[in-house]
Design a protein around this ligand. Sequence first.
Ligand SMILES: Nc1ncnc2c1ncn2[C@@H]1O[C@H](COP(=O)(O)OP(=O)(O)OP(=O)(O)O)[C@@H](O)[C@H]1O
Length: 366
Amino acid sequence: MADLRAEKDEDKTCSSKSNIILECRNLWKVFGHLPKQLTPPTEDKPTSETIEDISEHDAYPAICDVSLDVRRGEILIIMGLSGSGKSTMLRCLARLLEPTWGEVLYEGQNILDLSARELTNLRRNKFGMVFQSFGLMDHLNARDNVAFPLRVQKVPKAERDRRANALLDLVGLEDRKTNFPYELSGGQQQRVGIARSLIADPDLWFLDEPFSALDPLIRRQMQDEFLKLQKTLGKTIIFVTHDFLEAARLGDRIAIMREGHLIQIGKPRDIILRPKNDYIREFVSEVPTSRILHVSDLSYAASERIESAPDIHETETLELAIDLFLSGHERLNIINDESAFVGTICRDDLHALTGQNTTEAEPDHV
Ligand SMILES: Nc1ncnc2c1ncn2[C@@H]1O[C@H](COP(=O)(O)OP(=O)(O)OP(=O)(O)O)[C@@H](O)[C@H]1O
């Protein structure tokens, strides 16, 4: 009988020092009035005590002692419920907000030590940012909006137009280059914002709920395009969302926050298979696991290949396996990258795991 692989799928992504582009250590952001005598936790004073001390004053700890690293080339998702501290975290990592305590290291250097000028240079040359509100300039057309960061850098017009045109092509706005923001749909405006954030060829791309203002269909299209774009450009991305399905579709790893604390960080499937506590279990309980888990997430007894059964690749989602069962197959042969047979699954196995009915055909639409 198939079962979820308990110990499988340990995070194999290399997390050696050289592979880390950004890291934060013991990061805090306290809003409000924080008396000077209040200090960060020490060995003698735990985090919980510090939070109690802060709460006694007219102050609010939005980020509490968070440490994490971001690996070169990955999409790291920060998620959590409304008010959990996602945007504050992202802004502290880009130093758009000044953290209260802790360190933020970009390529090993603490960016909290940088002067205003050094910080501006870093943001201009290494960081790209996209926020929920598109933030376009109404009096500039799409091309000039995209080219604007280069204008600030005094790049000659021909060069900046060439680069803006190329990016507008990349985000699928080749025929909208001279349109003004009010002539563009929400999705198109967001693409202009995305193109603009890429014009300086950033190393690190910060995105705060970039698709949340879009309706579900456009949002899905934008996610697909975003993944294609990421494949082409290979950027390191920190992406905020409160939608787990979006996080699981886009993210290599997900960091889940609650009330300013980082509760769990890991691959989407790890979080579903091994939630760290009841909060995370509850958090992912509504997630359609069959769309996220793969056939390889099942452990199956080695058995004989069944000639009459169809093959399914181990990297396919369980959703496809369910479709095959719904179309009448009793068993499926699992194959690997070399097309070698590795085991079989039957419909009862999946039913037990996902709770989805795999025996009845779906009713026809009327
Ligand atoms: N400038 C501020 N002053 C005081 N409190 C703030 C400030 N900005 C944010 N907060 C508080 O910090 C907490 C975290 O806010 P944040 O915007 O980071 O949450 P979020 O997870 O991004 O929420 P959402 O999904 O609703 O955007 C919230 O309780 C918020 O009220």
